[in-house]
Write a protein that binds this ligand. Structure first.
Ligand SMILES: [Zn+2]
Length: 225
């Protein structure tokens, strides 16, 4: 009888802990059933390697309903997930699921690493594109991109949390394409290392040989389309 009791107790403990995931880099108190530790670690390893950094452990919170999630970040209904550098946390909303987890989580990890490693030294437009690029948001549809009106300045492609859904989508795709272009011309980790605290623009010109970012981007999208 007592053996059965202990067994049931262990079973309870096992169930209660089933959703907690802890690695060197993250703690998730309440991860969904489908998410396994190995999957989380694989993404962390990849992003950490690409950005040459070991994350100081962050808290990752999952939200089951949209209202609580929006209250937590205050960035409006477009945000799916949010990385908060100030307190080293990632907040994953109810739209994050087994299909999109890798991209979304990878994207937010890029924000966290840039915050821990470079504080605010990386320009916002580069940070957003880099997060999309390293998060691997699928393939860029260059034919579609080429049909859209070009932004007057690609450096204005920062986090778009408001506006029409199509514009938000455009921002994501274009900033990812922009970073694909830069990654093709120079090593991103080197570029970041070189340009911290200095003008990114001058390194884009000297190290990546991108003299005019907007003109090069137009040409790149045309060529790839
Ligand atoms: Zn982002």
């Amino acid at each position: 009888m007592s053996a059965l009791f202990v067994f049931l107790l262990l079973l309870r403990v096992e169930f209660a802990c089933a959703h907690e995931i802890q690695t060197n880099a993250v703690h998730m108190a309440d991860a969904p059933d489908w998410l396994k530790r190995t999957r989380v670690e694989k993404i962390i390893d990849r992003i950490q390697t690409q950005l040459e950094w070991s994350i100081r452990r962050i808290e990752v919170t999952w939200y089951k309903d949209a209202t609580t999630f929006q209250k937590a970040h205050g960035l409006g209904p477009m945000a799916m997930a949010v990385a908060r550098k100030g307190d080293n946390t990632i907040h994953l909303g109810p739209l994050v699921n087994a299909q999109n987890f890798d991209q979304v989580f990878g994207h937010e990890l890029v924000h966290i690493i840039l915050g821990q490693k470079y504080k605010d030294a990386v320009p916002k437009w580069l940070e957003e594109g880099l997060a999309n690029h390293l998060g691997k948001y699928g393939k860029v549809d260059y034919a579609w991109l080429a049909r859209q009106p070009f932004p007057e300045d690609v450096r204005k492609l920062t986090h778009p949390y408001s506006g029409a859904a199509s514009r938000v989508h455009y921002h994501y795709v274009a900033s990812q394409a922009l970073l694909e272009m830069i990654a093709k011309k120079c090593d991103l980790a080197n570029l970041l290392r070189l340009s911290v605290g200095e003008g990114m623009e001058s390194y884009l010109s000297t190290y990546c040989e991108i003299k005019d970012l907007n003109a090069e981007f137009r040409a790149w999208v045309k060529k790839k389309a």
